[in-house]
Design a protein around this ligand. Structure first.
Ligand SMILES: Cc1ncc(C[n+]2csc(CCOP(=O)(O)OP(=O)(O)O)c2C)c(N)n1
Ligand SMILES: [Mg+2]
Length: 354
C-alpha cells in the first residue's frame, strides 16, 4: 500500500429538522439562520414567478433551483464580498445573496445580456450556460489572486454532469498543482438533463475526483444548509490561508424539470421524485427554526407577502426595460468592427434605407 484516501461526509440537520449532532457555532446566531431561510424561500418564490413568466411568453428558457436552494445560499453565505463567484446557470440563490438584482436575472433569461452585467458585485462572473467552461476561468481568477498575493478566494459552482467535462478536470488539476485559493462546488442533483448520476460517473462519490488533483474532496448533505455553510466556511478559510483548493460535493436532488424546455416526467417516475420531497431543504430548515422557537406561522405569512412584493416590483422593472436595438449585438465584439459586420450593422439599424 503506498497511498490511502478518505472522503468525509458532513451533515447536521435530519429531514425532520432535528439535529443529528452538535451544530457548528454559527447556528447560535438566530439572525443568520433566519436570513438563510429567508433567502431560500425568496428563491423558491422567484423561481415560481420566473416559470409563470416563461409560460406566458415573457421570459426565455429558465432553470429552477427547486430542491437545491440550500446549496447556492449556504455556499454564498460563507463568502466574503471580495471573493469571486463563478456560477453556472442554476446558482441564482448565490447571485441573489451576493446582491445581484432580481430584475437583472430576469433580464438575462429574457435574452438581454445587460442582465449579465450585474450592478453588483461587479467582480463576480456572469451566468455560464456552457457546461463546465467556467471552471478554467475560475482557476485563472484564483491564479491571479495568488500572483497578486490578495487574500481572496474564487468559488466555482457546477453540476454533477459538469464533473465529466475536461474543463473541470483541467481546472482542478491546475488548481492542485499551484495550490490555488479556490473552492469547487459540485451540486450533485442526481441529473444532467435526462442522464442520471449512475450513467454520469463510475465514481463512488464525486468528491473523490479532487483526490487525483491533489486536494481534499468532501461530500456534504446538500439539503442541509447548516452543513453547506460549515463546509464552505472551512474550505474558504483554508484557501484564504494558502492551504490550497477544496472540492465540496453537495448531494441534493433536482425536484423540478431541468429547465422550462424540459419535461422530466418523460424520464423519471413521480414516485422517485416524491421520495426526495421528504428530504427537501426549505422545510428542513423551517422545522429546525420552529423547534428552536425562532420562527412562527406569522413570520412565514409575512415573509410570503414580502417575497411577493419584492418579486412583483422586480418583474415590473424588468418588463418596463426597453429592449435593446438589434444592431447592438455588434457593439462589444471588436474595437474596430470589420467592414462585413459594419455593413450588417448598418442594414439592421436601417441606415441603408433610402
Ligand atoms: C458544453 C455544453 N454541452 C452541453 C450543453 C447542454 N446542457 C445544458 S445543461 C446540461 C446538463 C448539465 O448537468 P449538470 O452539470 O448536472 O447541471 P444541472 O443542470 O443538473 O444543474 C447539458 C448537457 C451545454 N449547455 N454545454
Ligand atoms: Mg445535475
Amino acid at each position: 500500500m503506498i497511498a490511502r484516501f478518505d472522503v468525509r461526509r458532513r451533515d447536521y440537520l435530519a429531514p425532520d429538522g432535528s439535529a443529528k449532532r452538535p451544530l457548528p457555532a454559527f447556528t447560535t446566531d438566530s439572525k443568520l439562520l433566519v436570513a438563510l431561510y429567508r433567502a431560500m424561500v425568496l428563491l423558491r418564490h422567484f423561481d415560481r414567478k420566473a416559470v409563470a413568466l416563461q409560460r406566458t411568453g415573457r421570459l426565455g428558457t429558465y432553470a429552477v433551483s427547486l430542491g437545491q436552494e440550500a446549496v447556492s445560499v449556504g455556499i454564498a453565505s460563507a463568502m466574503q464580498d471580495e471573493d469571486v463567484l463563478v456560477p453556472s446557470y442554476r446558482d441564482n440563490g448565490a447571485l441573489i445573496w451576493r446582491g445581484v438584482k432580481l430584475e437583472e436575472i430576469l433580464l438575462f433569461w429574457g435574452g438581454d445580456e445587460r442582465g449579465n452585467d450585474f450592478s453588483g458585485p461587479v467582480h463576480d462572473f456572469p451566468f455560464c450556460v456552457p457546461v463546465g467552461s467556467q471552471a478554467p476561468h475560475a482557476a485563472g481568477v484564483a491564479y491571479a489572486f495568488k500572483l497578486r498575493k490578495e487574500p481572496r478566494v474564487a468559488v466555482c459552482m457546477f453540476g454533477d454532469g459538469a464533473t465529466s467535462k475536461g474543463d473541470v478536470y483541467e481546472a482542478m488539476n491546475f488548481a492542485g498543482v499551484h495550490k490555488l485559493p479556490i473552492v469547487f462546488v459540485a451540486t450533485n442533483n442526481q441529473w444532467a438533463i435526462s442522464v442520471p448520476l449512475r450513467l454520469q460517473s463510475g465514481s463512488e462519490t464525486l468528491a473523490q475526483k479532487a483526490i487525483a488533483a491533489g486536494f481534499t474532496g468532501e461530500q456534504v448533505d446538500g439539503n442541509d444548509v447548516v452543513a453547506l455553510r460549515a463546509a464552505a466556511a472551512e474550505a474558504l478559510a483554508a484557501a484564504r490561508d494558502g492551504r490550497g483548493p477544496r472540492l465540496i460535493e453537495a448531494v441534493t436532488y433536482r425536484l423540478g424539470d431541468h429547465t422550462t424546455s424540459d419535461d422530466a416526467s418523460r424520464y423519471r417516475s413521480a414516485e422517485d421524485v416524491q421520495v426526495h420531497w421528504k428530504q427537501e431543504p426549505v422545510a428542513r430548515l423551517r422545522s429546525y427554526l420552529v423547534r428552536q422557537k425562532m420562527w412562527s406561522k406569522r413570520d412565514e405569512e409575512q415573509l410570503a407577502a414580502e417575497c411577493h412584493e419584492r418579486i412583483e416590483a422586480a418583474v415590473e422593472r424588468y418588463l418596463a426595460t426597453e429592449p435593446r436595438r438589434p444592431e447592438t449585438m455588434f457593439d462589444h465584439l471588436y474595437a474596430d468592427l470589420p467592414e462585413a459586420y459594419a455593413a450588417q450593422r448598418r442594414e439592421l439599424s436601417g441606415e441603408n434605407d433610402g
